[in-house]
Design a protein around this ligand. Structure first.
Ligand code: TRH
Length: 389
């Protein structure tokens, strides 16, 4: 029989930005809603969490939010019964008291470290590796998300692609969506609509200038965030608030609010190309089935460029060579290696190929669902342990 965990603790230490809590919150909801697991989410930064889920009250120690029990992970850790499935996200250290309690359980909890996403090849050989605790009778397993069947796959809600397709098939819904954002739904001839979510970027001026001077009109939607001051400065503004709109040449920019997590997806569906960053928005852009440009989270040692190239190479498989090259060159230029204006020209010229490929790519990845894989692995570990006894 297939064993399912009834309880799950997810531990999230927010390093910076929104990706850590973005992934944990998505996983927590999915386990609770789609698999009826009782989930406790331990988060050390409720203010960041509240940006993704405004229902969260940042001053409460404990609260329920969308069927997930949310705890502020701060100060002395309370005495709690450990869950059957324990997930430490992104190598965060679990509280010692909690780990000690895990070792006291008559049935050892299945303990996973959910790793950052990478398309690099080494991920396959590291996925599911055990790491015995140095002192206690506990084993932690490394669980790697990824793009191949030998990895943990990607987070994907059961109904996401159906909701996307319904949205894309319904012009009325799309028009209402744009109006609600304060952006005219009507498009100029040949117009390209892009969303722009990125870190501060040394190439932003060059990109905006390329759009200003480009042959086709570009409407660019910028959610509030780290790149916005640079965009505002390009238009001679000191700062900007949602609702601001600037036009120069063939470029119109709309400043959007940072919306709660579920409301970000329709923006990606509604645009023709999405600039995304980090990890979670990059995955959501792939589910959108639209061409995307990735601003990878920069690491001091520069290893992020290998990670960028690894995904560009995988993504390029199945694309005609010129389109794969244009895609890869645009990602590299946006991350500081290359000339953005030139790269954008080539990328835009390949937009039909890139569009066709993006849909096929999303469909291909959809079979490898991280939450399902995680539950299968829970089951697998349980079977191995039963055999050992
Ligand atoms: O915020 P990020 O830069 O997070 C990063 C990465 O996860 C990186 O790998 C990690 O090391 C670093 O944090 C610490 O980008 P990411 O991963 O795309 O997360 C952004 C989240 O914000 C994602 O869940 C989507 C969400 N979001 C909204 O909810 N509303 C919005 O309006 C927008 C623009 C994003």
């Amino acid at each position: 029989m297939r064993a399912m965990p009834q309880t799950c603790d997810i531990f999230c230490a927010v390093v910076d930005n929104y990706g850590d809590i973005g992934v944990c919150w998505r996983l927590a909801r999915q386990l609770a809603h789609e698999h009826e697991v009782q989930v406790r989410l331990w988060v050390d930064d409720l203010a960041s969490f509240a940006k993704l889920c405004p229902e969260v009250n940042p001053v409460l120690e404990r609260q329920y939010c969308r069927e997930v029990e949310v705890w502020h992970w701060a100060g002395t850790f309370p005495e709690v019964q450990p869950a059957e499935l324990v997930i430490g996200a992104f190598a965060c250290n679990l509280p010692e008291r909690y780990v000690a309690a895990m070792a006291q359980q008559s049935r050892e909890p299945v303990w996973l470290n959910l790793e950052y996403l990478s398309a690099e090849e080494w991920v396959e050989s590291h996925h599911k590796l055990p790491s015995p605790h140095p002192r206690l009778p506990l084993t932690k397993y490394f669980f790697f998300p990824g793009f191949t069947a030998k990895t943990g796959g990607l987070l994907l809600e059961r109904d996401l692609l159906a909701r996307r397709d319904a949205f894309l098939a319904d012009p009325v819904q799309q028009q209402a969506y744009w109006r609600n954002l304060g952006v005219a739904p009507e498009r100029a001839e040949g117009e390209m609509r892009v969303s722009l979510f990125s870190y501060e970027n040394g190439n932003i001026e060059a990109l905006l200038q390329a759009w200003v001077q480009g042959a086709l009109p570009v409407v660019c939607c910028v959610p509030e965030g780290r790149v916005l001051p640079q965009v505002a400065a390009f238009f001679g503004q000191q700062g900007a608030a949602p609702g601001a709109c600037w036009q120069r040449g063939n470029l119109r920019v709309h400043v959007l609010p940072f919306v709660e997590q579920e409301r970000y997806d329709p923006l990606l569906w509604a645009c023709d190309t999405n600039f995304v960053r980090g990890e979670d928005s990059c995955v959501r852009a792939q589910w959108a089935g639209k061409p995307f440009v990735w601003h990878i989270y920069p690491q001091h040692d520069g290893v992020h460029m290998q990670k960028l190239q690894a995904l560009a190479a995988r993504y390029g498989q199945g694309l005609p060579a010129a389109a794969a090259q244009a895609n890869s060159a645009m990602w590299q230029a946006w991350n500081g290696e290359g000339t953005v204006a030139v790269a954008w020209g080539a990328f835009a010229a390949q937009r039909l190929e890139l569009q066709a490929h993006a849909g096929v790519w999303a469909q291909g990845l959809a079979q490898n669902n991280l939450a399902l894989n995680l539950l299968d692995f829970f089951n697998e570990v349980g079977r191995i342990r039963a055999f050992e006894i």
